[in-house]
Design a protein around this ligand. Structure first.
Ligand SMILES: Cc1cc2nc3c(=O)[nH]c(=O)nc-3n(C[C@H](O)[C@H](O)[C@H](O)COP(=O)(O)OP(=O)(O)OC[C@H]3O[C@@H](n4cnc5c(N)ncnc54)[C@H](O)[C@@H]3O)c2cc1C
Length: 266
């Protein structure tokens, strides 16, 4: 790890100022991705700005049909929150499937979404639920946010404050996890939104990160049944192949996970 300066922001304003003052500064949430990256000397920020004490990034509440989750909400909080369990039980379940106990107690929703690991769980949920990401500069719709592996619409100096999850009629997530890391080899989230539309978000499988499986959305809009998913398959050409699994296998898994998620909803 290279030497760096550590700064603890006490408010959102202070975090914005600190971030703007140093071109090589980096935000830190729970450090679950950042610290290993620094340890491996894959990044060399001049300053680390710790967001742990920024009150504006915390809190979970439901208001006007929307579940509002502060960016610094840890996976464990999302998983155990009575508010989340009542509002979007599928999301509480998704959080419970992330990593292990330590990761869930340190990792945050904002950090996960900012990092946009192609195998992270929340991106599938964010796409399926048509979430809005609120930053210190603007609001970004889920469909505009994810821009490829580890790439997002976030610009320099932009801090995620909270995520707005419209309450669905129902939703569910299923993932096939890598036995060592717990990350998704493929994970599929299905949400039936308040207006009756269906969205399907997929993580772990795409060669360009999380994506919406529009063929499944169209089929489920016509008939919200397991039968609608029969014979449907993601194009393996669009899937990731690596030492853990070839693209064809991941493409197959997406369909299996979709059926399992749908079974939970039915
Ligand atoms: C062993 C292990 C297993 C894991 N398994 C899973 C898994 O199964 N599923 C899964 O989804 N994830 C998994 N993770 C990832 C984990 O869930 C964390 O969410 C993720 O690593 C991000 O960590 P963090 O929230 O601590 O953010 P950090 O590591 O602190 O930050 C990550 C990045 O986000 C930026 N950032 C943080 N907060 C903000 C913000 N508010 N605004 C803008 N940018 C911000 C930081 O600058 C940094 O670039 C795993 C991690 C580990 C170490």
């Amino acid at each position: 790890m290279y030497a760096l300066n550590y700064q603890r922001a006490k408010s959102l304003d202070e975090a914005v100022k600190l971030l703007g003052a140093e071109p090589e500064a980096k935000l830190m949430a729970g450090g679950q991705t950042l610290i290993p990256t620094l340890k491996a000397r894959l990044a060399q920020p001049s300053h680390l700005i710790d967001l742990a004490r920024v009150a504006e990034l915390k809190g979970i509440e439901v208001k006007d049909g929307v579940l509002i989750i502060g960016a610094m909400s840890k996976h464990y909080e999302v998983m155990t929150s009575a508010v989340v369990q009542k509002a979007i039980p599928g999301l509480a379940n998704m959080a419970s499937l992330i990593g292990d106990l330590q990761v869930r107690n340190m990792g945050t929703m904002g950090g996960s979404i900012a990092n946009n690991d192609p195998a992270a769980d929340y991106p599938a949920g964010v796409l399926a639920h048509n979430v809005t990401i609120v930053t210190n500069k603007r609001e970004i719709k889920a469909d505009d946010y994810f821009q490829g592996m580890f790439a997002t619409a976030l610009e320099e100096g932009e801090i995620i404050i909270k995520l707005l999850w419209p309450l669905p009629k129902k939703s569910a997530y299923s993932k096939f996890e890598h036995p060592a890391s717990g990350y998704a080899m493929a994970g599929t989230c299905i949400a039936q939104l308040a207006d009756g539309s269906v969205r399907v978000g997929v993580t772990g499988a795409g060669s360009s990160g999380a994506f919406r499986w529009t063929e499944a959305e169209e089929a489920l809009a016509k008939s919200f049944s397991l039968k609608a998913l029969e014979g449907l398959k993601v194009d393996p050409e669009t899937c990731l192949g690596d030492l853990h699994a070839p693209p064809e296998y991941r493409a197959h898994l997406v369909g299996v996970m979709a059926k399992r998620a749908l079974e939970k909803m039915l």
